[in-house]
Design a protein around this ligand. Structure first.
Ligand code: FAD
Length: 514
């Protein structure tokens, strides 16, 4: 007997639900096990995946192959299959050639992924091959947190209360995969574009990243970005693999979590966990994150479960679950529809290309927005507070369709993730879940004064503003005056704020009221 583990967004050995189940069954049935991962560049491009994320995946694969081999005696085959339909063909041929009778994988919740899995299930069934999937991406699986009448929560807070309560009264399991007893003797070659030794996987990964970079080179929305430099920055900030991810979690819990509630909103401090890039590709399990935080809470605060810092961090993990649950409940989100349907019909979004380009390039004349956008363009990451500020600026001050911003973020972010990104954008645009009412519009100048009080973040990313006192940078009126004719900083090469926030806010409110 021969079984197959299909890795997707779960690039780890520890606490991988499908992997643990497959190993258990293989040992019971005395079956051998192989594993496969598909590199799907055309599909990635169609999903606007950033080069930084592709690079993160390809850097992770050799480490995954090594862990699988040394810990479980499983060989990983990495195969280039440009699109999902190619994967279906390749997988079914591979199963028939190698007498594989069972594939296991973890669920993915996006539209094309679901369609691919459904098609594959049908195809495999013709040859009596099982395809079994498990919920693994969330701490608590979709459909498990519902209202008393069994429907999905529309807003986060009651969802969170039920989610926390459920976790407190139940034990969540960490799945440990058992070493495979029957070693594989199968030669796992698929085609020229495949690799099955660690060295080959590394080479194929690099080649795929380079090819992907070439595929993106004509992409109009990336013309102002040095994506190679962005990838290099992201590479330095995010060493690949589950060992590094687990170490980062441990360090964050030991050193930073105790100040999280206060520091998490200060972008210059880097006081958040920076685990999202790993969670997105599955190098670390969200359940492990929750359990470690929960243990820290017990250790540090005993029965005082009201510790704001740890609770706050756990609530961020719950946001991640929430947006996945929402996506499963409302699959039309994947087809670019607003969560609140009426906003699609009634809001006249702007598609002004100059305005959008100014936002993308960090040239709006609003220092917090521009520093955040240039930081994103340079590093492939943006702090959560700044994601909210820049998203609100685009959708409220410029009234530009949130879908343009959503796509732009996906193209840049190393942690780009459909559910969280779509959720964050729709929250900011007031078209989504949650109770952020449309008239609560962030003022990017007062946000700067609260969250970048000494201007450190702004001045790091906009060095041309280094001589302007922070009190001026934090006031639209003073900044306008200082940069205008006769102003003290008229010679600085930095644009005037492109809109007056007060007026833009009124226009947005009027549009939403409609
Ligand atoms: P921490 O503060 O340490 O939080 C721990 C983990 O909780 C994060 O790694 C992440 O997995 C999860 N989390 C935290 N905040 C949120 C949130 N608001 N929504 C969902 N999950 C959350 N997150 C992504 O992972 N991918 C995205 O593509 C993405 N796009 C976003 C777009 C917008 C407009 C907004 C407002 C938010 C977006 N977020 C996204 C959520 C959030 O900004 C990032 O998860 C966070 O900044 C990652 O940093 P961290 O790992 O240090 O987070």
């Amino acid at each position: 007997l021969h079984y197959l583990m299909w890795f997707r967004r779960d690039l780890r050995v520890h606490d991988n639900t499908a992997l643990a189940a497959l190993c258990e069954r293989a040992n019971t049935d005395n079956a051998q096990v192989s594993a496969v991962f598909f590199l799907t560049p055309e599909q990635w491009q169609a999903h606007n995946m950033s080069l930084a994320q592709v690079d993160h995946i390809t850097r992770t694969l050799p480490l995954l192959a090594q862990n699988l081999q040394t810990q479980l005696h499983i060989k990983l085959l990495v195969q280039v299959s440009p699109s999902f339909s190619d994967c279906i063909e390749t997988l079914s041929d591979f199963c028939t050639t190698n007498n594989i009778t069972c594939i296991m994988a973890n669920h993915e919740y996006e539209g094309n992924e679901i369609a691919r899995d459904e098609q594959l299930t049908k195809q495999l069934a013709k040859n009596d091959i099982e395809f079994i999937r498990f919920h693994d991406q969330c701490i608590l699986p979709p459909h498990s947190i519902t209202t008393n009448d069994d429907s999905m929560y529309q807003v986060f807070t009651p969802f969170y209360k039920k989610w926390r309560h459920t976790l407190e009264v139940s034990t969540i399991q960490i799945h440990k995969a058992a070493t495979i007893k029957k070693h594989s003797n199968v030669d796992l070659t698929l085609s020229q574009d495949s690799a099955n030794t660690i060295k080959e996987i590394e080479i194929l990964g690099k080649k795929t990243t380079n090819n992907y970079q070439k595929m993106l080179q004509d992409s109009e929305s990336l013309q102002h970005i040095d994506i190679e430099a962005q990838m290099t920055q992201a590479r330095e900030a995010y060493p690949a693999g589950e060992t590094d991810a687990c170490q980062r979690l441990e360090d964050f819990i030991a050193e930073d979590i105790d100040n999280y509630d206060v520091s998490r909103d200060v972008p210059s401090l880097q006081a958040t966990s920076q685990l999202s890039a790993y969670l997105t590709i599955g190098s670390i399990s969200p359940r492990l994150c929750y359990l470690q935080a929960y243990k820290a809470q017990e250790k540090l605060h005993g029965n005082d479960s009201d510790n704001d810092d740890i609770n706050r961090w756990i609530s961020e993990l719950a946001w991640r679950d929430f947006y996945r649950h929402v996506l499963v409940e409302k699959p039309e989100l994947i087809r670019h529809q607003a969560y609140k349907n009426e906003t699609d019909k009634n809001i006249s979004w702007s598609y002004n290309t100059d305005d959008f380009a100014a936002w993308c390039r960090g040239k709006t004349g609003v220092p917090l927005v521009d520093s955040a956008m240039r930081n994103l363009n340079a590093t492939g990451f943006m702090h959560n507070r700044l994601r909210m500020v820049t998203a609100m600026f685009l959708t409220k001050d410029l009234l530009i369709d949130w879908r343009l911003g959503e796509r732009y973020f996906m193209q840049q972010l190393i942690d780009g993730d459909f559910a969280s990104n779509n959720g964050g954008w729709q929250w900011s645009a007031s078209t989504g879940t949650d109770s952020a009412p449309y008239f609560r519009i962030m003022n990017p100048f007062s946000q700067a004064s609260t969250h970048d009080a000494n201007g450190e973040f702004i001045k790091t990313w906009l060095p041309e503003l280094k001589d302007i006192p922070t009190s001026i940078l934090h006031s639209e009126e003073k900044l306008r005056k200082a940069l205008s004719k006769g102003g003290k900083f008229v010679n600085i090469d930095y644009p005037l704020p492109m809109v007056e926030h007060k007026t833009a806010r009124q226009l947005a409110i009027a549009e939403f009221k409609k």
